[in-house]
Design a protein around this ligand. Structure first.
Ligand code: BG6
Length: 486
């Protein structure tokens, strides 16, 4: 069987920055099935050769693979084809289908349709694929990849799911969240379910709280027009942060396959304690970096949050009473994605210094997902010398020290999974809808007229002061060491 990856939105940013470099790296490492062709579809008039030449330049910039080697590139480029067309014109889909059939010949071919277009084109592309019989699986599997944003709230996500299901069966639909393709996110599953030592302490008896932080140094830049309608909740929380929460909190699946894994993830979302609108307002803080309103595309009086922190609780036997703090922001002091498991204090403080009340930092496990990947366990050790002076030290695992070579970019394993039909690391329809159910009330509360004006923070800080005060009021502090691993 041969493989075809059809990219809608072929002349866009995602294609040149992520998809094609990922496919190129897969080919170089020998992981891409040898009979794979890439067919680009977009409005820009181009020939095959023109698209190849443009991709050669962009791939050299974005592949993280050093200077492009002529023979590898030429081999890869020979499988690249371009079909100009307009999503709104049925005849262009007929032409696309004819071209695909001609390239694929008479044998079985699996097809992946990748929606790398602006979201308003998702439904028209799906309809057109349906109308032209391009989702039927007579000549091989037909799968569709849908990028984020998957809707803008529960109602639109539902509508999009319903629309997809008029043409594709759920097993053909792959909703991508690139965070699940990150090596160290998948390693959370290995850490938890390939070891016995963590499981006994991975619960409310030993864990005080969990902090999940995705901090970015970059500001909104040229994406102001999109970002102002999304804000940090839609841009980061509904997808990436909730995915990290699910893999941290889920139960062990009975098998490592899509249905079992996704069932366990959905159960986590199902168990999230529902909050009334009034409770939602108290369960989070929001902020906006100074200068955001001057970014291109952002209205002068914008109240959109570029920083957010929320507290969620999971009503199940494992997690009852353990708050999960989710936090993300742009223009923060440092780039990091990390999950901090904050353990409880020992029941008795044996080594207090003097008679004063003593608050030693509790043990923690820090899983750093980026910029460098690895894990650190923080624990106390006796400082050599007289007396019982203690200091926090760590045990560390670092991917770069342990494994030679580059780590695959998130899109690489995910693209391969779609081609193989493995949906374990993709969001299911109910998962996406439940994520919106959780995030919608926060969006509603934060954009409501009863909220006080948004707190402003200086670029380069960890969000507004209110975030620090909010944690302190709950008797906790953010873990703001960054990055923990270099
Ligand atoms: C995207 C968001 O989904 O994720 C961006 O739209 C954000 O705003 C990006 O910058 C972060 O991804 P990563 O992999 O750089 O952490």
């Amino acid at each position: 069987m041969t493989h075809t990856v059809v990219i809608f939105g072929a002349s866009g940013d995602l294609t040149s920055r992520k998809l094609v470099p990922a496919l190129y790296n897969l080919m170089r490492s020998g992981s891409l099935p040898p009979d794979t062709r890439i067919v680009g579809f977009s409005r820009t008039p181009m020939t095959d050769d023109q698209w190849r030449a443009s991709l050669r330049e962009t791939t050299a910039t974005h592949c993280d693979c050093g200077p492009l080697d002529d023979s590898s590139w030429n081999r890869f480029a020979s499988g690249i084809h371009y079909q100009p067309g307009d999503i709104g014109r049925p005849e262009d889909f007929s032409a696309l289908e004819a071209r695909l059939t001609q390239l694929e010949g008479s044998g079985e071919a699996s097809r992946v349709y990748y929606l790398a277009t602006a979201p308003q084109f998702y439904e028209p592309v799906v309809s057109a694929l349906g109308a032209h019989g391009m989702a039927t699986e007579t000549h091989g599997p037909r799968r569709i990849v849908v990028e984020k944003p998957f809707g803008t709230d529960l109602a639109t996500a539902r509508a999009l799911n319903d629309h997809l299901h008029t043409v594709f069966r759920e097993r053909q639909v792959f909703r991508i969240d690139h965070y699940l393709g990150k090596e160290s996110v998948q390693n959370i599953l290995a850490l938890r379910f390939a070891n016995t030592i963590f499981e006994p302490i991975w619960n409310r008896r030993y864990i005080d709280h969990v902090q999940i932080t995705v901090a970015e140094e970059v500001a909104v830049g040229r994406r102001g027009g999109y970002y102002d309608t999304a804000g940090v909740l839609r841009d980061m929380f509904q997808n990436h942060l909730l995915q990290l929460l699910m893999v941290t909190a889920m139960e062990a699946p009975v098998r490592f396959e899509a249905t079992a894994v996704r069932n366990e993830k959905v159960k986590v979302l199902d168990a999230i304690h529902p909050l009334s609108l009034a409770e939602v307002a108290a369960a989070g803080v929001r902020g906006q970096y100074r200068g955001y309103r001057g970014e291109p595309g952002v209205p002068a009086g914008s109240q959109t949050a570029t920083f957010g922190a929320i507290r969620l609780e999971i009503d199940n036997w494992r997690w009852q009473g353990v708050p999960f703090y989710l936090r993300s922001g742009k223009a923060m002091s440092c780039r990091t994605t990390q999950i901090v498991i904050g353990f409880r204090q020992p029941p008795l403080e044996l080594f207090a210094e003097g008679r004063r009340t003593f608050h030693r930092e509790a043990n923690r496990l820090v899983i750093q997902i980026q910029p460098a990947e690895g894990i650190q366990l923080h624990f106390h050790t006796k400082v050599p010398g007289a007396g019982m002076k203690l200091r926090l030290t760590d045990l560390e695992f670092s991917y770069s020290r342990e494994f030679a070579g580059r780590l695959p970019e998130a899109y690489e394993p995910l693209l391969l999974d779609v081609m193989e039909g493995d949906a374990s690391l993709f969001a299911r329809a109910d998962e996406v809808e439940k994520s919106w159910e959780i995030i919608d009330p926060f969006v509603q509360a934060w954009s409501g007229t009863t909220m006080p004006p948004i707190d402003i923070y200086e670029p380069g800080e960890w969000g507004p002061m209110t975030s620090i005060d909010w944690m302190a009021a709950q008797g906790r502090a953010w873990f703001d060491q960054c990055p923990v691993l270099t």
